[in-house]
Write a protein that binds this ligand. Sequence first.
Ligand code: GEK
Length: 259
Amino acid sequence: MAGISDPNATSSAVATTRRDQVFAQAQTQVVDFAFNAAVADVFPDMLRRSIPGYETIISQLGVLARQYVPDGSRVYDLGCSLGAATLAMASQLRQREVRYVCVDNSAAMTERCALRLGRHLAADDFELICADITALKFQPASMAVLNFTLQFIAPEQRAALLQRIYQALQPGGALVLSEKIRFADAAQQQQIDELYLEFKRANGYSELEISQKRTALEKVMLPDTLETHLTRLKAAGFAQPVLWFQSFSFVSVLAVKIL
Ligand code: GEK
């Protein structure tokens, strides 16, 4: 039995910890963004205030898992950070025996994730791997989640990763791919950028924080257009990827391996 011991695990999946002030002080030279201890310590707050709809996506992952994850199967949480996606899925799959494989290449994240998952899941129900997902040897799985992770993978490695996920999925299995997208049309891009700026301001970020974080992410997070994602998913074998969520430039796509 999937051993989630805490009925409130979905809310703890997105629970806020310390307030994100990583970019609050002026930096003489803004260095590239890294998933280090300073970021990991404030990560739930950072994601909640930076990704419109993050909490909705996380909780709906549980609903998607109910549909695609049968008893006795394996689920991958790729770029798991602190395990929010896994906890949301586990909270909805309490009656099913599921093996969660959570992978992240940041030691700061996996150390904290281990403690968090250990508080909510039985030790036998999950495996936490600190590794690069592009080098992972996949085993058969019913569901894989790339929740805002692919955008940090080198663009030339993205297609091969999706192909390996497709091959690992059992027929009827699903990949959920959430990403920040860019728009091919400059006017649309500008309109969405302005709205996103208001979202960040509304969530308490200062102009300095917004601009320093933007600079830090410039070379690290490389968004594709939605069309590029859909084309790449189809090329990997997913016949009908479907957009199930969008808020400003943040989207989530469901891609099922058709039986
Ligand atoms: C959530 N999914 O809360 N291999 C493994 N992990 C990687 C790699 C890689 N090559 N590159 C980046 N990561 C989470 C949020 S955050 C999204 C995911 C964001 C990891 C990185 O260490 C980080 O923990 C995660 O991918 C991206 O639903 O920060 O916008």
